[in-house]
Design a protein around this ligand. Structure first.
Ligand SMILES: Cc1ncc(COP(=O)(O)O)c(C=O)c1O
Length: 389
């Protein structure tokens, strides 16, 4: 039997996750990618080197990760950064003063904080709209609009944007679309297939999957994007360390099986919460009564494990969150462990009370990132915690 070449585009997702950019080390045959913890590279003579000069610019472990993540999202190249926020900052740094971005009104709270409190000082302008409403997106376009920046599903309200319709509309106006695909991972959703121009991730979440390293990536569809981002890595230096690159290379090897389990358990937890009498509302695109359930089925190949639910008040949220034992009360998501959080005081504290009120994030809302523990243990934990309300 002849093995397929490891970088074949025809290979399935799990095979690419395990083999693309993850080929055995040519020097030793080591099956796990080597970590190159070096700041610089010896040169044979002036101008003669092995393709590497200085580690802010390039690193072999980073090259492998960038190849791998581009293959998983279906992009032409990718560039990794020190965190998800550094990746988003790099995308914005591709623009210039006077440019305008149309951004989703319900993004991870750190993103509008970066836009409103840092990037406005450099002359970028922003309009926030509900990106599920194409008319609102179109009416937000200005002559100087360069990008639409969105999440789908949104964080934590789980609202979807019709990616194909939005990219077609934006492209008609000469505007590029950047999707933060952190919640779904490329296993369940690949925005480039629907026309997106770039995809970003906080690799801190599902891609790495083990809550042990920060990172971010921008996946490109055009060579000039990858060149510009490589230049930004070199100029601004917000690069990812070789060890962190290796952690993600290791984490993505199990992405397919982890996501399958996240999805199976996510559906069960959402179903349980939707039937619980103390829970007033559940936000999960996999529930048949989610207003965009049909779009979710078309655009995503699974529903994932991000769920938000309404407990009614800050006091109720606090009562239950104090009681959880298997679920870990912590910021972040996408780890093998179930992480439960309170958006109003954690991820979305930075947008202020008025900002939260406008988009519908209440003090009683709780967000859960269902992990891959035994689902019965997660359900039992939620059951005893909700009994405290
Ligand atoms: C959807 C989303 N995008 C971006 C980020 C920022 O990523 P990082 O914490 O790796 O900087 C987060 C962090 O929670 C997130 O949830």
């Amino acid at each position: 039997m002849t093995a397929k070449p490891p970088d074949s585009n025809k290979q399935g997702f799990a095979t690419r996750a395990i083999h693309t950019g993850q080929e055995p080390d040519p020097l030793t045959g080591a099956v796990s990618a080597p970590i190159y913890p070096t700041s610089t590279y010896a040169q044979e003579e002036i101008g003669k080197n092995k393709g590497y000069e200085y580690a802010r610019v390039t690193n072999p472990t980073r090259d492998r990760l960038e190849t791998n993540l581009a293959a998983l999202e279906g992009g032409t190249a990718s560039r990794v950064f020190g965190s998800g926020m550094a990746a988003i900052n790099a995308v914005a740094s591709m623009l210039k003063a006077g440019d305008h971005i149309v951004a989703g009104h319900n993004l991870y709270g750190g993103t509008p904080r970066l836009f409103n409190q840092v990037l406005v000082n450099f002359g970028l302008t922003f309009t926030y709209v509900d990106t599920s409403d194409l008319k609102k997106v179109e009416s937000a376009f200005q002559k100087n609009t360069r990008l639409v920046f969105l999440e789908t599903p949104t964080n934590p309200l789980m609202e979807l944007c019709d990616l194909r319709a939005l990219t077609e509309l934006s492209h008609r106006h000469g505007v590029e679309v950047v999707v933060d695909n952190t919640f779904m991972s490329p296993y369940f959703q690949r925005p480039i297939e629907f026309g997106a121009d770039m995809v970003v991730h906080s690799t801190t979440k599902f891609l790495n999957g083990h809550s042990d390293g920060l990172g971010g990536v921008v996946v490109c569809t055009k060579p000039e994007q990858a060149e510009k981002l490589a230049f930004l890595q070199k100029c601004a230096g917000a690069i990812l360390s070789p060890f962190e690159c290796w952690l993600i290379l290791r984490g993505v090897k199990t992405l397919a099986v982890r996501m399958e389990q996240h999805d199976r358990s996510g559906r069960k937890v959402a179903d349980y919460l939707s039937k619980h009498k103390k829970v007033q509302k559940v936000f999960y695109p996999g529930l048949p009564d989610h207003p965009q359930h049909e779009l979710a089925k078309r655009q995503m190949s699974g529903f994932g494990s991000m769920i938000a639910f309404e407990t009614g008040s800050l006091a109720n949220a606090n009562k239950m969150l104090r009681k959880v034992r298997v679920c870990c009360l912590a910021e972040s998501l996408g780890g093998v462990e179930t992480l439960i959080s309170h958006p109003a005081t954690m991820t979305h504290a930075g947008i202020g009370e008025e900002g939260r009120r406008k988009i519908g994030i209440t003090d009683g809302m709780v967000r859960i990132s269902v992990g891959i523990e035994d689902v019965d243990d997660i359900l039992a934990d939620l059951d005893q915690a909700l009994a405290a309300i």
